[in-house]
Design a protein around this ligand. Sequence first.
Ligand SMILES: Nc1ncnc2c1ncn2[C@@H]1O[C@H](COP(=O)(O)OP(=O)(O)O)[C@@H](O)[C@H]1O
Ligand SMILES: [Mg+2]
Length: 216
Amino acid sequence: MIQLRGVSKSYGGRVLFAGFDLDLVPGKTTVIMGKSGSGKSTLLRLCNQLERHDQGSVSLAPIDIPAGLPHGEWQRRATALRRRTGMVFQGYQLFPHLNVLDNVTLALRVVQKVEPLVAAAKAVAMLELVGMAKAVDRFPARLSGGEAQRVAIARALATEPEVLLLDEPTSALDPASTASVVAVIADLRQRGFTLAMVTHDPELGRSLADHLVELA
Ligand SMILES: Nc1ncnc2c1ncn2[C@@H]1O[C@H](COP(=O)(O)OP(=O)(O)O)[C@@H](O)[C@H]1O
Ligand SMILES: [Mg+2]
């Protein structure tokens, strides 16, 4: 699973990570906690290489990405690694002009070139997993925050990623919506999905974590 070895990352002279190691374990949930600005989002973005590291290596076997690769080669390996991951953001980022089904099938159709009927079947299966299969033809503007976030989770899972990265998935939600999203994440964990979740809710973090990473 995703491995960081001796990873360093700085922004404008400020060192966020120095010689940092991380192992995401198959079938386990890693929770990342720490105060605002401690680098939680950056850590997830290093895991899927939306962000490049300055030193060390990031790998998802057999892909290994040492620091300092020529740009084109980094991009090639980073894209290959990223396609094996799924990401869910705090603000869901659903496409407003697409209904729920089209949001969930988009990557399957466009990136993976899966046939529309096959893509739809996969999408419905993922929407069932998050309790949103009845909403296939609704548009994002008509969803509550919790519903939208559950659709975002289904969308991230549609391409069958080996790991799901969740960046503060409940922090923009009211308590009822939070509860519905937490129930989905707990269910995925129970089913043996590999998860890495950032949260600044200590109670939520401890309740879901198989492994806890605290950033200073
Ligand atoms: N692309 C970037 N360019 C410059 N600085 C950044 C960038 N991304 C994050 N940072 C800085 O790195 C620090 C950690 O950010 P972040 O990982 O978003 O923290 P967290 O998610 O824990 O709040 C912050 O000080 C932030 O301003
Ligand atoms: Mg953040």
